[in-house]
Design a protein around this ligand. Structure first.
Ligand SMILES: [Ca+2]
Ligand SMILES: [Ca+2]
Length: 488
C-alpha cells in the first residue's frame, strides 16, 4: 500500500478528519457521460481524501468498493478511478435545522417587508420632503420626544425681516438734531456763489419767520447783481466757518425751541442760534455772532515747480506733453512759457487749442468762450445756472478755474464794480487787461479778474483756486485762459 502515500501527500485537507465509513458514499462515477447528478465541489471526495492512517477504515472502504469484483487488484483499480461524493457533516446538520424551520421563515419574511417599508419611507422623505426629513433628523439628534419630531416647521424663505410699519408718531419726528440742521445751513452759506443760493438755503433750513424776512429783502437785494453779490458777501462775512469750532445744543423745556451754541477755535468768537421746531423739523430762526475782528493777512501761495525755468510749471508741462527739462520743447525758438501765454502750442507750430489737453469751451447761455484744459480727462467742467451762473473746471488734484457770469442790469462800469466789490480806493494801470470785446481788472494777487463786455451787458469773474496745497501749479494756464476769453 506504499503506492498510495504520494497521493495522500497531495491531498487537500479541506474536510474534517472523520472515519470514511461515517460518510456514506452517495454515488459513484460509474454513470458514464453526464457524470453524477450530485457532483458539487462541496461534497466531492476522492480516495485521496481518505484518512490513510486509519488502515482498518481504509480496508473496509476498499472492500466495500471492490465487493463486486472480489479481488484486491480490482479494488486498487477502482481507487484510481472512482470519486466519492459526500455531504459534509455540518452541512447535513445545517440543512436539517433549516428544513425544519417554516415558522422562522415566515418571521424573516415579515421582518423583510417591514424593513423595506421603513427604508422606502426614508427615501421618500429624503428626496421629496427634504424639509420634513431635516426636521425629523434634527429632532432625532436632539433626542426630542417622538410626538415633537412629527411637527413640521413652516418653511421660512430667506427674505429680509419685515420691519413693522412706522407709527405716525415716529415717522414725523425730526430726524436731524438742531445742531445738524444749523451745520447744514452754515455749510450751504459757505458754498453759496450767489444770493439765490443763500435764498434757497433759507427756504430749506430757515424758520417761517426767517423766510419771511429774507423774502422781504430779496426784491431790494436783487435790484442788481452787484447788490445781491454785496449782500451775499456781507452774510458770508458774518457767518463764520465752523471748522474746529466747539458746538453744543440744548432743547428747551417747551420742546418746541432749542439753542445751539458755538465757540470758535479762537476762543473769542461765539455764536448763539435760536432754533424752532416747525412742521416736525428744526429750523434756523435767528443767529447772533460775536466775532473777534480778524486782521486780514494776504494769502501766501507757493510758486510751482519749474525745473527748466521756462515759465511753465512741471504740472502744466505734464498736462501739455512738453519736456520739463527743455526750455523750448518743440525747438522753434520760442520758449514753452512764451508760447502758452500767447496761445500757441508749445509742442508744434499750431495754436494752443491744438494742444493735447486744450479745448475751446463755449457756453452760449452764460455768454462766454474760453480755452480750457478739458481735452484732458484730469480736468472736468461743472456748470451751474442758466442765464446767470458759473462754470468750474476742476482738476483731479484739487485745483480749479472758475468763470462766473452775471447780468449787468444797471450798466455799471467794471471800474465801479471792482471798487465796490473789493472795497478798494483805486486801480493801478498794471491791473488792467483788455480783450477783443472786453475790459478787465486783475486783483492784486493775480488770481482773479473782473471782466466787462464792451456793451456792458455782463460782468464776468474769472478766478483760479490753487486748492488746499496753495501751490500755483496751473497759474500760466489760467493766465492763458483769461487771455483767450471771448464775451458772446
Ligand atoms: Ca517748465
Ligand atoms: Ca517752443
Amino acid at each position: 500500500m506504499a503506492d498510495l502515500k504520494p497521493i495522500a501527500s497531495t491531498a487537500v485537507p479541506i474536510l474534517p478528519k472523520s472515519p470514511v465509513v461515517a460518510d456514506r458514499p452517495l454515488s459513484t462515477n460509474q454513470s458514464g457521460p453526464g457524470g453524477p447528478a450530485n457532483s458539487s465541489p462541496l461534497n466531492r471526495r476522492s480516495m485521496a481524501d481518505v484518512d490513510l492512517d486509519s488502515r482498518q477504515n481504509k480496508d473496509d472502504f476498499l472492500k466495500a468498493l471492490g465487493a463486486g469484483t472480489g479481488s484486491a487488484g480490482s479494488a486498487t483499480a477502482v481507487k484510481e478511478n472512482v470519486d466519492i461524493y459526500v455531504m459534509p457533516k455540518e452541512f447535513q446538520k445545517h440543512n436539517r435545522v433549516v428544513s425544519g424551520g417554516n415558522k422562522s421563515g415566515m418571521v424573516v419574511m415579515v421582518m423583510g417587508v417591514v424593513l423595506l417599508l421603513v427604508v422606502g419611507g426614508g427615501f421618500y422623505l429624503f428626496f421629496f420632503q427634504a424639509e420634513t426629513f431635516k426636521n425629523l433628523m434634527a429632532a432625532f439628534s436632539s433626542n426630542q420626544p417622538a410626538n415633537k419630531t412629527a411637527v413640521v416647521k413652516p418653511v421660512v424663505s430667506p427674505v429680509a425681516p419685515v420691519t413693522p410699519p412706522a407709527t405716525a408718531e415716529t415717522s414725523t419726528m425730526p430726524i436731524m438734531s438742531p445742531l445738524e440742521i444749523y451745520k447744514a445751513f452754515n455749510e450751504a452759506i459757505a458754498v453759496a456763489n450767489f444770493y439765490e443760493d443763500y435764498y434757497q438755503a433759507v427756504a430749506k433750513y430757515g424758520s417761517e419767520n426767517l423766510q419771511a424776512a429774507v423774502k422781504a429783502d430779496k426784491a431790494i437785494v436783487e435790484l442788481s447783481p452787484e447788490s445781491a453779490q454785496k449782500k451775499l458777501n456781507e452774510i458770508k462775512l458774518n457767518t463764520p466757518s465752523l471748522t474746529d469750532a466747539q458746538a453744543s445744543f440744548e432743547i428747551l423745556p417747551d420742546a418746541k425751541s432749542a439753542t445751539v451754541k458755538y465757540v470758535l477755535v479762537d476762543g473769542a468768537s461765539s455764536g448763539t442760534i435760536d432754533m424752532l421746531l416747525e412742521n416736525e423739523a428744526w429750523r434756523v430762526n435767528n443767529e447772533a455772532w460775536t466775532i473777534k475782528p480778524v486782521i486780514k493777512t494776504p494769502e501766501v501761495y507757493k510758486p510751482c515747480e519749474d525745473r527748466d525755468s521756462d515759465q511753465l510749471c512741471d504740472k502744466e508741462e505734464a498736462l501739455l506733453g512738453t519736456k520739463n527739462d527743455s526750455v523750448d520743447s518743440d525747438n522753434d525758438g520760442y520758449s514753452d512759457g512764451q508760447e502758452v501765454i500767447n496761445l500757441y502750442n508749445p509742442m508744434g507750430t499750431n495754436k494752443l487749442v491744438e494742444s493735447m489737453a486744450i479745448n475751446q469751451y463755449r457756453n452760449p447761455e452764460l455768454a462766454f468762450s474760453v480755452l480750457a484744459p478739458t481735452k484732458s480727462d484730469k480736468w472736468k467742467p461743472v456748470s451751474s445756472g442758466s442765464t446767470e451762473g458759473s462754470v468750474t473746471f476742476n482738476s483731479d488734484d484739487g485745483q480749479f478755474f472758475q468763470v462766473i457770469s452775471n447780468l449787468n442790469a444797471s450798466k455799471e462800469s467794471v471800474d465801479q464794480y471792482y471798487l465796490r466789490i473789493m472795497d478798494a480806493g483805486s486801480i493801478n494801470e498794471s491791473q488792467r487787461i483788455h480783450g477783443d470785446n472786453w475790459d478787465g481788472i486783475w486783483t492784486n494777487d493775480g488770481l482773479k479778474v473782473y471782466i466787462e463786455d464792451v456793451k456792458k451787458k455782463r460782468i464776468y469773474v474769472l478766478q483760479y483756486g490753487p486748492g488746499e496745497g496753495k501751490t500755483l501749479d496751473y497759474l500760466h494756464l489760467f493766465q492763458a485762459m483769461v487771455k483767450s476769453f471771448v464775451a458772446l
